[in-house]
Design a protein around this ligand. Structure first.
Ligand code: SF4
Ligand code: SF4
Ligand code: FES
Length: 477
């Protein structure tokens, strides 16, 4: 492998890797604003300029591929002087509003000004200010903070496939805006806030809710569709405030869609059922489990497993049905019109899939088949993590039914009894995406109220119904 030397350290690299990435491998930070590994390289902010032996001028590390034998200095006097000058230039028009900016604590501009900038500036003239038009429901714009790195413009055209962000006017008056000031149209708008290196584009949903440094971070997987984008849930005091994508080049690269980004909110719906319920009234666990047993006892029972359950949960449900619901059939459900993995397909050219649950392919791997009808059965048990489409299923389920898992005002109708369970942010487990990639859900928060893990609910139910358990195994189709 070819090698170069960065700040006195020898580094191996692959042909084509730029100096920012090669330096990163050995823990050397080269500051940058306009570069993003998922976007084209424009080398326009000049913050990443470094000194390279035998080259008379500083070179931008983002646009310079490492070369065999190259000797690079990222902290030479000339490089440092350039970093200070660029910071002073970028801050000329920047307002002093870090204390009221939602990006504070995770802002490249703020961090780099501390690390690489000067403690004073010479600019005495009036600062440039803009009037910001609304950009739609996802993103809040504040162009006074913009440093014209153009990452947002490139994300629109290169990733989202829509030319909606543009730079108008020239020089000091340059302004980043949408075409004709229209609201953003892409279903991937949240990524604009992720990639903006300043507080110019922030998430409306997150504004003024929590300072970034108070948030705990849990690396998990989106349950919004069968892609299984890697993401980080950010939470505090058992409340999720935000989710952002994690890089996985095999699954979602650097991005996620808005539906997946805001999906965690359904688990914080105030109408979520968080206590056991019988005929719409709260009861204790023992009464609810007795009712669940009464609904299914001796009945031919359809067991519907939402494809938002994990592999571990589905296996437990299959075993439970064999032991405690002897005359039962276990099937899966999730997205209307997607009854099997063969029905699943891409919804766009970016990430979104037709299956609106994350583990359809895993459920089929465990031998389940899809069904949306309880015709021919006398009772039903519906397991849902909250994402599988219970409302659509229950239109066709006309028999007494037990609900296990996550239910809200929208989905609790039609159940004789509800045993509240855990959603995707409240449990650990394995899911399998449309490509067969196994990924891990990680628990970020605890299930609310009296909700319990599926394993606990099944254990309590099977202990209560042990007396009726028969040796006859429930059939699995
Ligand atoms: S809005 Fe943000 S991403 Fe877009 S050009 Fe300005 S600083 Fe860069
Ligand atoms: S594409 Fe699917 S998995 Fe990815 S963020 Fe959107 S809903 Fe979630
Ligand atoms: S990151 Fe290299 S010039 Fe902007």
């Amino acid at each position: 492998m070819p090698k170069c030397t960065i700040d006195g350290r020898e580094v191996e690299f692959k042909a084509g890797e730029n100096l920012i990435e090669v330096a990163r491998k050995v823990g050397i930070e080269i500051p940058y604003f306009c570069y993003h590994p998922g976007l084209s390289i424009v080398a326009q902010c000049r913050m990443c300029a470094v000194e390279i032996e035998k080259m008379p001028k500083l070179q931008t590390a983002c646009s310079t591929p490492a070369g065999d034998g190259m000797v690079v200095k990222t902290r030479s006097e000339r490089a440092k002087q350039n970093q200070k000058a660029i910071m002073e230039f970028l801050l000329i028009n920047h307002p002093l509003d870090c204390p009221v900016c939602d990006k504070a604590g995770e802002c490249d501009l703020q961090d780099f000004s501390y690390k690489y900038g000067d403690s004073y500036m010479r600019y005495m003239e009036e600062r440039r200010t803009y009037v910001d038009l609304d950009m739609g429901p996802v993103i809040k714009k504040n162009m006074n903070r913009c440093i014209h790195c153009t990452r947002c413009i490139r994300f629109g055209t290169e990733v989202a496939g829509i030319h909606e962000m543009v730079a108008v006017k020239r020089g000091n008056n340059t302004e980043i805006t949408t075409i004709d000031g229209r609201p953003l149209e892409t279903d991937y708008a949240g990524n604009y806030a992720d990639i903006c290196p300043t507080g110019s584009l922030t998430l409306k949903d997150f504004r003024f809710k929590k300072r970034s440094w108070f948030l705990k971070k849990t690396a998990t997987i989106c349950e919004g569709c069968s892609r299984g984008c890697n993401m980080e849930l950010q939470h505090e005091a058992n409340m999720v405030y935000r989710s952002i994508p994690r890089t996985n080049m095999d699954v979602n690269q650097y991005w996620m869609c808005d539906e997946g980004r805001f999906n965690y909110r359904h688990l914080q719906d105030p109408s979520r059922v968080t206590k056991p319920t019988k005929s719409g009234s709260f009861v204790d666990w023992s009464a609810a489990l007795s009712e669940a047993r009464a609904v299914t006892q001796g009945k031919k029972t359809a067991v519907f497993v939402g494809t938002d359950l994990t592999q571990e949960e589905i296996s437990m449900v299959i075993q439970f049905a064999q032991k405690s619901l002897p005359n039962s059939t276990v099937v899966h459900f999730g997205t209307p019109g997607v009854n099997s993995a063969a029905d699943d397909a891409a919804l766009d050219k970016i990430l979104k899939r037709k299956s609106k649950t994350a583990n359809l392919h895993g459920a089929e791997k465990l031998g389940l088949k899809g069904s949306n009808t309880a015709t021919g059965y006398q009772a039903a048990v519906v397991f849902s993590g909250g994402r599988s489409n219970v409302a659509a299923l229950m239109k066709d389920v006309k028999v007494p039914a037990v609900g296990v898992g996550v239910f809200t005002d929208e989905t609790k109708g039609g159940f004789s009894v509800i045993l509240p369970g855990a959603g995707f942010s409240e449990k650990d487990g394995t899911i399998v995406n449309f490509n067969g990639v196994e990924q891990k859900l990680k628990r970020a928060v605890l299930p609310p109220g009296q909700s319990k893990a599926t394993s606990e609910i099944l254990m309590m139910w099977s202990n209560q119904s042990g007396a009726q358990a028969s040796a006859t195994a429930g059939a699995r189709v």
